[in-house]
Write a protein that binds this ligand. Structure first.
Ligand code: PMP
Length: 375
């Protein structure tokens, strides 16, 4: 059987990984500033994470949600404490798309409405509602097409207000910092406006925190910087540091009804152990504060580089906008300097490293980047 070839992969094979470094099958070391697309939150193969998962696997790896799984309660309590959302409720799934799918559905169950507001350049996943709320027609199959999603321009408060007046809005879904769209940080004023309109019209505020959440911005949720509480937060990526797990954090006003949401694998023993290990390390090693400090350092230093058009981001979610003629630098960072980065459009370099990235590693990148730009 051949692979269904949908990924444009390079030919590097990673056979070892530790912290913010990976090694290929020839023993070549790389600095990983991509974290497998914002997934590696506490660093590769962290000893506490490996131990917790291995111990769990040797006891019980999986049963189903038809039995009592105390680890789920433990995870909910820990998440409440670390995120500060102690009075919220947790529902566990397996991916970001599934988290968003359930959040949009729950909102519609709640207020009985159908219309969703999403934003230009948004990315929410590839399942039916999530992809319908994603601003990329290339990944929407005819079966996913719906007129229930209204796309609005980013940061346009007037358009937002008008759309609320003219439609029965069920929910607004927004990334506090757009990731795939090129690292666009929503202003506090815009998020506060969404909050007040959702309150006024009894609509549900969904904070897609799949990429920008879980401490990456220096606070647990990027919406925390604006002092805004969402009704539902969706999470995945960094939640499991590579183990597939997602979740939605749900405000107290939503009342669960048996069977309204469900999944076979969501919240299994191993996934909970992975998510707990991640939170324990974030807490014990002060990784949110580290993400804030190293992120600020990187952003400040990057802004000093004359060839860079714009630097956007908060914490360790950074977009470096380059002029078109310098778009090739990303490839040189990888092949000449052995540094993994991400991209959004060919000319935006995205940095999504582990929250444990240190200053030495940040400097290593800055030196390589400056050297390449000067060539
Ligand atoms: N939301 C956002 C903001 C994302 O960046 C992504 C993944 N790039 C998703 C949702 C979908 O997550 P998954 O691939 O785990 O379904």
């Amino acid at each position: 059987m051949k692979l269904f070839d949908v990924y444009p992969v390079n030919d590097i094979t990673i056979t070892k990984a530790q912290g913010s470094n990976v090694w290929d099958d020839k023993g070549q070391e790389y600095l990983d500033l991509y974290g497998g697309h914002a997934v590696i939150s506490i660093g590769h193969t962290h000893p506490h994470y490996v131990k917790r998962l291995t111990d769990q696997l040797s006891k019980v790896g999986f049963y189903s949600n038809s039995i009592h799984i105390p680890l789920q309660k433990e995870l909910a309590e820990k998440l409440g404490k670390v995120s500060g959302k102690e009075d919220y409720q947790l529902f566990l799934v397996n991916s970001g798309a599934e988290a968003n799918e359930n959040a949009l559905k729950l909102a519609s169950f709640y207020n009985g409405r159908k219309k969703i507001i999403a934003f230009k350049k948004a990315f929410h996943g590839r399942t039916s509602l999530a992809v319908a709320a994603t601003d990329n027609p290339k990944i929407v199959a005819p079966v996913n097409e719906t007129d229930n999603v209204i796309f609005l321009p980013w940061e346009d408060q007037a358009a937002l207000e008008k759309t609320f007046q003219e439609n029965e809005i069920s929910s607004v879904i927004i990334e506090g910092i757009q990731g795939v769209g090129g690292i666009n940080v929503a202003s506090a004023a815009f998020l506060q406006k969404i909050r007040s309109l959702c309150d006024q019209y009894n609509a549900v505020y969904i904070a897609d925190s799949v990429q920008c959440g879980y401490g990456r911005s220096g606070k647990f949720f990027s919406h925390d910087h604006a002092g805004v509480n969402a009704d539902i937060y969706t999470m995945a990526k960094g939640m499991g540091n590579g183990f597939p797990i997602g979740g939605i954090i749900i405000a107290p006003k939503f009342k669960p009804v048996y069977g309204m949401l469900g999944t076979t694998f969501g919240g299994n023993h191993l996934a909970c152990a992975a998510a707990l290990a991640v939170l324990e390390v974030i807490e014990q090693e002060g990784l949110m504060a580290n993400a804030a400090a190293i992120g600020e350092y990187l952003i400040t230093e990057l802004k000093k580089i004359p060839q860079v058009k714009e630097v956007r981001g908060v914490g360790l979610m950074i977009g470096i906008d380059l002029p078109d003629e310098l778009a090739h630098v990303k490839k040189e960072l990888l092949f000449k300097h052995k540094i993994f980065t991400g991209e959004a459009k060919p000319n935006v370099i995205r940095l999504l490293p582990s929250l444990a990235l240190n200053k030495e590693q940040a400097d290593h990148f800055l030196n390589a980047f400056k050297k390449e730009l000067a060539n």
